[in-house]
Ligand binder design. Sequence first.
Ligand code: OAD
Length: 247
Amino acid sequence: MENESNIIKVVAAVKKAKNIIALTGAGISVESGIATFRGKGGLWEKYDPEEYAHIISFIKRPEKSWIMLKEMGEQIFNAKPNLAHTRLTKLQEMGKLNWIITQNVDNLHQEAGSEHIIEFHGNYKTLRCIRCHKQFPFDKEQLAAIPPLPRCTCHGILKPNVVLFGEVPSIESIELAEKAAMHCDIILVIGTSGLVYPAANLPIIAKRHHASIIEINTEPSELTDYLTDYFLQGSAGDVLSKIVNNM
Ligand code: OAD
């Protein structure tokens, strides 16, 4: 019931808003079959991120990091955009959503036809040499052929072009995302635990600039109690459909 009355308020706010942005996290891709990182069944339950997902660990023992990266890739290459991705595309087509800032590396917002996407943590479907930084496309067949580990023409080891722990998002993506957060009147925070910075700063920046925070998540997050204005509990696909269908 609380959700229903919040949906009505959110639809009214979305209709009125001039500049809406979205921050998305792993939860938006759950319905596409990609596991989250934290919580039950999450990737970090099985793999210690310090050991498998830190850039120093990758440089020291790439064959170990690639075990985790291969599991992640198998999910990503088998995934298709779900209702939540396509509802965000619809909001963009309606002229209501300016930017999608995603922490996900699965390319599903692009595959759903969305535009103006800021990929905070990179994209898994490109490989990058850790020695000379040359980039290569990466597909399902190349993933299946690992091991041996993929190598660059300079013989450096290739890694998916994603931000590992110990790395930072590009300055361009941080600047663009922070500017979007400063100027929006609503930020939709969808399927993220809000624990990883600098992405988790974006709702804080938006709030400081008087934006409303609308959060969609199956569970309350780190942000819910102290930052969120409207918490819509449920799966991203269900809740976004309810909003878009009532526009
Ligand atoms: P997390 O795994 O930390 O959080 C996923 C969130 O999605 C949780 O709050 C869940 O409650 C929520 N969730 C689960 N299923 C959902 C559904 N169907 N609909 C809506 N919400 C759902 O993932 P992120 O917050 O994205 O970074 O994690 C942030 C970063 O931490 C990742 O980009 C990754 C990770 O370490 C790097 O690898 C650098």
